[in-house]
Design a protein around this ligand. Structure first.
Ligand code: SAH
Ligand code: SF4
Ligand code: F3S
Length: 477
């Protein structure tokens, strides 16, 4: 109907679509939440933009895992306040784990902050944004996702209200479309003594496997070749969905069943998962790496420390010996299995000997890489109240020593790749360099490749020619 088309056009001219920019500061779950924010706001007509200055709505999706998070928010908001004075309609929302922990007080302190929403209540964001400045004087929504009481039934209330397709088509500003994240459970019940996550994300809740499979199919239709299943503790996925009388048959945990279900989807080339807590990492789960080639030869298995007394104080519920047992299960299947890990230095009470034990673990485990952190006391956590907090200067020194040893191990692994033929899943094109692409091997090593035509999304056989600590350089075969 020409008339309505005309008025649509006129409408477009008078009201250009609003734009949203989300800053993603945290872990992969935080990143998945950012995609969800884009999808939710798209329903309200907001288009994504990478340029903050074009945005009508800026969302800071924050992380609270280490100290100074609040400080970082305050200083970022200070800069945005200046932008707001130039563009009065601009709205600023605080989301993520700092929002959950500190949002209410920040809202009081910083009047130029419009809306606060926690990770468990993201779905309230569109309502808060549209109502803000109009009729509502409530500009925050915090709290964890509600525990479901009617479990398990096929009608389990879905965590998401946005359809799979909408999430899949949402802006990929922070992630490429070949490799996508997919949340399978939220929150955590483990209460490691250093960690703030159970306080910012609440108790563990698993999504229904059929919903997860539907999302995975949607992502694949959108071009995903690799999916990473996300949770703070993926290994315990689905235990909360079981009836009390249900038992785990043949040691097939709900997580193993989920892995096999998703891996069987046509069009998916690789399936990864994170984070896997060594405490719940079982022998049958390790065997899935043998059964299912799509899992590749890489896993992230955070150990935190090489000292049993530190692991106990951290409430990790795994000893160093048990940790190495898990590595041996994996390396029995694939001797070249690439394993990465997280480590904390300077946990309260960490002696020189404890730290040396961590260095010994590093040398023995030969991780492909590690994320190492200085212990950072977090409000509300048990360890923040422990006596014998370690001096910052000792933490800094230990972190540097640890990184130096690990950098050498990472480099040795990467140099060992030279001359090898590897299958690389090409993930993205270099933003500036012509004909330059980046992808990952089955071992999750980053490879730079030169190609004359677009190879994004394809599995390419590559010979590794050069290596540094950071990446490999390969040529197409
Ligand atoms: N659920 C994951 C970890 C999520 S947090 C697991 O249990 O493995 C990611 C990493 O941040 C942790 O593995 C830990 O190494 C680090 N981390 C968490 N809290 C920290 C703190 N208070 N100080 C320093 N590092 C911390
Ligand atoms: Fe934090 Fe421990 Fe839960 Fe991981 S398992 S999110 S470290 S409490
Ligand atoms: Fe950070 Fe929250 Fe993830 S604290 S690490 S964004 S769960």
């Amino acid at each position: 109907m020409p008339n309505s088309t005309l008025s649509d056009n006129e409408n477009k001219q008078t009201h250009p679509p609003k734009k949203i920019h989300v800053e993603t500061w945290g872990c992969q779950m935080n990143s998945a939440d950012s995609e969800r924010i884009y999808a939710l706001m798209a329903q309200k007509g907001y288009q994504p933009t990478l340029a903050t200055e074009d945005a009508d709505l800026i969302v800071l999706n924050t992380c609270n895992i280490r100290e100074k998070a609040r400080h970082k928010v305050v200083s970022r908001l200070g800069l945005l306040r200046d932008m707001k004075s130039l563009k009065p309609g601009l709205k600023i929302a605080l989301a993520g784990c700092v929002a959950q922990a500190e949002g209410k007080s920040l809202l009081k302190e910083l009047p130029y902050l419009d809306v606060v929403v926690g990770p468990g209540t993201i779905d309230d964001l569109p309502k808060l944004i549209t109502e803000h400045g109009e009729k509502s004087n409530v500009n925050f929504s915090l709290g964890f996702q509600k525990m479901r009481r009617d479990l398990p039934t096929p009608n389990v209330k879905e965590i998401r209200t946005v359809s799979s397709e909408e999430v899949a088509t949402a802006s990929l500003a922070d992630k490429n479309e070949v490799s996508r994240y997919l949340n399978i459970n939220q929150g955590c019940n483990n209460f490691c003594t250093f960690c703030v996550v159970p306080f910012t994300r609440g108790p563990e809740i698993s999504r229904h496997p059929d919903d997860i499979a539907a999302d995975a199919e949607a992502l694949i239709r959108q071009g995903a070749k690799e999916i990473t299943l996300l949770g703070q503790n993926v290994n315990s996925y689905g235990l909360d969905l079981m009836r009390p009388e249900e038992t785990i048959e043949g040691e097939h945990t709900p997580f193993i069943d989920l892995l096999l279900k998703i891996a069987a989807l046509d069009g998916l080339e690789r399936l990864r998962f994170t984070t896997s807590n060594p405490h719940d990492f079982t022998y049958p789960l390790a065997q899935v790496f043998k059964l299912e080639p799509k899992l590749g030869r890489y896993i992230h298995l955070p150990v935190q420390s090489g000292s049993d007394s530190m692991l106990e104080a951290m409430h990790r519920k795994t000893t160093v010996e048990e940790y190495f047992q898990r590595l041996s299960w994996l390396r029995e299947i694939h001797p070249d299995m690439a394993i990465s890990s997280d480590l904390i230095v300077g946990f309260p009470g960490e002696s020189d000997q404890d730290f040396d034990d961590t260095l010994s673990l590093l040398k023995k485990a030969r991780f492909s890489f590690v994320f190492a952190f200085k212990y950072s006391p977090r409000k509300g956590t048990a360890a923040s109240r422990f006596k014998q907090q370690i001096d910052e200067s000792i933490k800094t020194q230990r972190l540097a020593e640890l990184n130096k040893i690990q950098d050498q191990i990472t480099l040795e692994h990467n140099l060992g790749e030279i001359g090898e033929e590897r299958e690389v899943l090409v993930l993205y094109k270099h933003k500036k360099e012509e004909n330059t692409y980046y992808g990952r091997t089955l071992h999750n090593r980053l490879v730079k490749i030169h190609a004359e035509k677009n190879i994004v999304g394809r599995l390419m056989p590559v010979c590794i020619r050069e290596a540094s600590k950071i990446a490999l350089v390969g040529t197409l075969l």
